[in-house]
Structure formats: structure tokens, C-alpha cells
Design a protein around this ligand. Structure first.
Ligand code: SAM
Ligand code: SF4
Length: 323
């Protein structure tokens, strides 16, 4: 469907849990409480919302969280989504810790690709960022996903302290696209000063050669339809993507809405505007679900306001929203 600004909205990111097995400092440090299972959408409720979303033109689904693989039965949930006619792609964003166990099952359940978050290859730095000593599990998870035949992309948040060179070398060795995401001032992310992706690209150019923006449609379509701008560096064979939410606003072409684990249909990361679909489903208004979703999506705000944090109305942590 089109929103009020004429943007095609065809992408739904579903957070399936607000729990996680890591404690990333910018997302869910120690001490953040989960909301309790009774407040989390059931699989049936998620399937109902996806069916209605598909009727409104949603074709791409991304499963995220929290850490989606800590939700019991996550693979069954995905199988159920795969069976909904009209769903064209299902992808997942994961921290990779449990992928060693689930890579093959995800492929068999019909997952089209996984984005794996990897901010560092240094075990001590990994511990500092995530509060856990699970780097080896993540690396094993990446291998398992590749072995299972799942297309993999690596994502790193562009913290000020990030050293991109080891990550780029690893991506090159593993032959995987790597993307850098600008730190967003959402939840605990507000405590961190990010660096612009442009600055990071310049740092990379000094080591990896001249960067050329990729424009070949066929190559880009293999990377998916997200907001990343991909570059080819002259001394690298893998593409490097930059998701520049802060310094490279891409709101004009935004095609996404989000469903939080608690069932809130969210229109933009910056604002708390949306609709409580859990209430609609649980308090006897099920027949209104389609109309409420349609009217809500139509109201999607024109653009984020990260550059003016005082205008932000979103107060939840990223773990509650679903990144
Ligand atoms: N647990 C999974 C993972 O880490 O990939 C999925 C959920 S996580 C919230 C999704 C993505 O959001 C991760 O790549 C994470 O690094 C990113 N993220 C979390 N907080 C962020 C922030 N404040 N700014 C930018 N990206 C953030
Ligand atoms: Fe967990 Fe992902 Fe948030 Fe890290 S970024 S705490 S892995 S949900």
C-alpha cells in the first residue's frame, strides 16, 4: 500500500522477543527487564497480523528482536509465516550466537538470508561491547549459516571506537558483504557519540583503495532492497554497505514498518506513533485489524528527526522496539 506521502510500504520487521543472550552496551545493557511472556504476541497473533499485512501489500518480512533465536519455537514461527500466500521473502537479523544450532533449520524453514551483527573480532572488545564471551559462537554461527546455504551479510554498528579494518579483512576472507550502521540515538544508543559513515569510508579508502558507489542494478538487487548504499573498494572483492540513518537520511524511500514483540505497530524509529495491535486482537476488535493497520500505516511520518533529538517521542530501548 501507499502511505500519505506516496511511499510504497511493503516491508514489515517483526520483533519476536525482547529478550537477548547478549548485553550490548548501546542496546540492552545489564539490568533491562523483559516485559513477560503474557505481554508478548503469540505465534497465532503474529501470523494473523502478517496475513492482514500481506493483504495490505506487505511482501517482505524480517524477523528480529531482541535475539530472535532465543524465542522458543522461532523456526516453527517462521515456517508458519512462510506458508502465508503473498509473503515473498523472509530474512532474519541475529547476533549469530545460536546460529550454529539453527542455521540448517532456518534454511529448511524457508529463510532467504541472515544479517549477522558483528562489531569486533577482538575477544576482549567483544566482551566489553556485549558483556559475554561468545565471539567464537558467533564465528561458528556465521560458518554454519554459510554451510547451510543461507546468504549472509555482516552488520557492524559504527561506534566511535570501531576499528573497521579487521572486520573488512574478515569479510574479504569469508567472501561476505559487510555493512556499517550509524549509531542511532535510540534508547541506550543516546549515550554514544557515533561517527559518520562518510568519515569511516574515508578511513577505509586509505587502506582498501578508492571507493566507487555501486550502481549496477543486478548486483544491488542481490544485496536486497534496504537503505544501504554499497561501495566497491579497489583493493577489496566484497562490497561494503553504509546504512547512514543519521548523516544520509533515506526517509523519502522508506518502505518499512515495525511490529514490536508486544504487538505495537510502529511507523518510524524516532516516534512512538503507531497502533496497539495486541489490544485490537485480544479485546474483541479483530474484525477491525485491517482497517486499523491500514489507517496507521497511512499516517507514517515523513522523516525521522534524529538530527533534532528533542523532537523524538520514542522513549523505549532498542531491545523493546526491535532493531
Ligand atoms: N539481536 C539481533 C542482532 O543483534 O542482530 C537482532 C536485534 S538488534 C536490536 C538489530 C540491530 O540493531 C543490530 O545490528 C544492532 O547492532 C543494531 N542496533 C541496536 N541498537 C542500535 C543503535 N542504537 N543504533 C544503531 N544500531 C543499533
Ligand atoms: Fe541483543 Fe542484538 Fe541488542 Fe545486542 S543488539 S543486546 S545482540 S538485541
Amino acid at each position: 500500500m501507499l502511505d500519505r506521502y506516496g511511499r510504497v510500504i511493503n516491508y514489515l520487521r517483526i520483533s519476536v522477543t525482547d529478550r537477548c543472550n547478549l548485553r550490548c552496551c548501546y542496546c540492552m545493557p545489564e539490568g533491562v527487564q523483559d516485559v513477560g511472556m503474557k505481554n508478548i504476541l503469540t505465534f497465532e497473533e503474529i501470523w494473523e497480523i502478517v496475513r492482514t499485512g500481506v493483504n495490505l501489500g506487505i511482501t517482505h518480512i524480517r524477523i528480529t528482536g531482541g535475539e530472535p533465536l532465543v524465542r522458543k519455537g522461532c523456526v516453527d514461527l517462521i515456517r508458519g509465516i512462510r506458508e502465508i500466500p503473498g509473503v515473498e521473502t523472509i530474512t532474519m537479523t541475529t547476533n549469530g550466537v545460536l546460529l550454529g544450532n539453527y542455521g540448517k533449520q532456518l534454511k529448511e524453514a524457508g529463510v532467504d538470508g541472515v544479517n549477522i551483527s558483528l562489531d569486533t573480532l577482538d575477544p576482549e572488545e567483544f566482551y566489553k561491547i556485549t558483556g559475554k564471551r561468545e565471539l567464537q559462537e558467533v564465528l561458528a554461527g556465521i560458518r554454519a549459516a554459510k554451510t547451510a546455504g543461507l546468504p549472509v551479510k555482516l552488520n557492524a554498528v559504527n561506534r566511535k571506537e570501531l576499528d573497521p579494518i579487521p572486520l573488512v579483512r574478515y569479510a574479504q576472507e569469508e567472501n561476505l558483504p559487510l555493512r556499517f550502521i550509524e549509531m542511532m540515538p535510540v534508547g541506550y544508543g543516546k549515550k554514544y557519540v557515533g561517527r559518520s559513515n562518510e568519515e569511516l569510508r574515508e578511513t577505509l579508502e586509505a587502506v582498501c583503495g578508492k571507493a566507487e558507489c555501486m550502481t549496477n542494478r543486478e548486483e544491488l538487487s542481490r544485496m536486497g532492497s534496504g537503505p544501504a548504499v554499497y561501495y566497491q573498494f579497489s583493493d577489496l572483492k566484497v562490497p561494503v554497505g553504509f546504512i547512514s540513518a543519521i548523516h544520509g537520511k533515506f526517509c523519502d524511500t522508506c518502505n518499512r514498518v515495525r511490529l514490536t514483540a508486544e504487538g505495537y505497530l510502529k511507523l518510524c524509529l524516532c516516534y512512538d506513533e503507531g497502533a496497539d495491535l495486541r489490544r485490537v486482537l485480544r479485546e474483541g476488535e479483530k474484525e477491525n485489524l485491517r482497517t486499523i493497520m491500514e489507517q496507521t500505516i497511512f499516517r507514517k511520518p515523513a522523516a525521522h528527526c534524529f538530527e533534532h533529538p528533542a523532537e523524538m517521542t520514542e522513549t523505549h530501548e532498542m531491545i523493546k522496539i526491535g532493531g
